[in-house]
Design a protein around this ligand. Structure first.
Ligand code: GUN
Length: 292
């Protein structure tokens, strides 16, 4: 069984990005600059944004964190987004989700300049990705394609079952897996909460991408011998023996699934670190004006 080590791969990619950043700054240009808007104090969001800021430091990017109270108005947030759109010193920025209920997240995302939308959430980028055009691919799907590419996982003609249809992972991932690319050309089935006979479908899968956010949902009896498992789940589950009182759990029941599959991403240390590094890759693309 092959462990798809996202942490190791992310470290390799960070070293490659750092080399590029050094080359840019040696020509006298400023370093790539990523900004992040964070609203409120959700534990998960604080951790994720913290990882992103730290990763920027590691590769020599400039980063700016705009952290606002969860009482800010939608109008205020829209004006902050517009300021970042117009700031020539910022190459790309993200608005960490979820946002408080009184703020319309769609409206915020639609206001981001697609050329600075390094999360790839703006409909222009989602549409371009669907059409196979040059665009920002959102970070988690991009990270997964990098894992497939670097570990030489064959996808062409394979049956890929995606569990989950979220805008952030399931939907874009299903589009990428069927697209005409090195890590695409698969036959894709998208499953979700209304799917009937899920087990019958997952048992036919050569590749399973589990992105439904239900800890240990995918059990050993749902997996074909030799399948490749990409586990996108990162749910905090209470655990009194853990340092913080919680532990991250994936969507796959690791002990069971790892006995049957040919390759698997662990949680933590699989897709998570690749998501962060993919945001860096998109920001580098932005700094180099590679997306048109
Ligand atoms: N919330 C969960 N995942 C993400 C992500 O990739 N980007 C942002 N902005 N918010 C998220």
């Amino acid at each position: 069984m092959l462990l798809l080590d996202g942490k190791k791969l992310a470290d390799e990619l960070k070293a490659e990005i750092k080399t590029e950043v050094d080359a840019i700054t040696q020509t006298g240009k400023r370093a790539p600059h990523l900004a992040a808007i964070l609203v409120g104090n959700d534990g998960g969001s604080l951790t994720y944004v913290g990882h992103k800021v730290k990763a920027c430091e590691q590769v020599g990017f400039k980063s700016t964190l705009l952290h606002f109270d969860d009482t800010v108005t939608e109008e205020f947030l829209l004006s902050e987004v517009k300021k970042l759109n117009e700031d020539a010193g910022v190459d790309g920025f993200i608005v960490q989700l979820p946002l408080p209920k009184h703020i319309n997240a769609d409206k915020i995302i639609m206001t981001i300049d697609p050329l600075k939308d390094v999360d790839g959430f703006h409909p222009v980028n989602v549409g371009k990705v669907a059409l196979g055009m040059s665009a920002y691919i959102s970070a988690t799907p991009l990270g997964i394609t990098k894992i497939l590419e670097r570990y030489n996982i064959a996808t062409e003609g394979k049956h890929c079952v995606v569990i989950g249809r979220s805008n952030i992972v399931g939907r874009p991932m299903s589009i990428l897996m069927s697209g005409q690319s090195k890590t695409g050309n698969a036959t894709v089935t998208v499953c979700h909460s209304k799917t009937k006979n899920l087990k019958e479908i997952t048992l036919q899968a050569d590749i399973i991408i589990a992105a439904l956010g239900k800890p240990e949902f995918l059990t050993g009896d749902m997996v074909k011998e030799g399948a490749v498992i990409i586990d996108v789940g990162t749910t905090r589950v209470a655990d009194a023996t853990a340092k913080n009182g919680w532990r991250l759990k994936g969507d796959a029941k690791y002990d069971e699934v790892s006995k049957k599959c040919s390759a698997i991403t662990p949680v933590p240390g699989g897709v998570g670190p690749m998501t962060v590094v993919s945001l860096l890759l998109n920001t580098l693309k932005a700094a180099k004006n590679e997306v048109l």
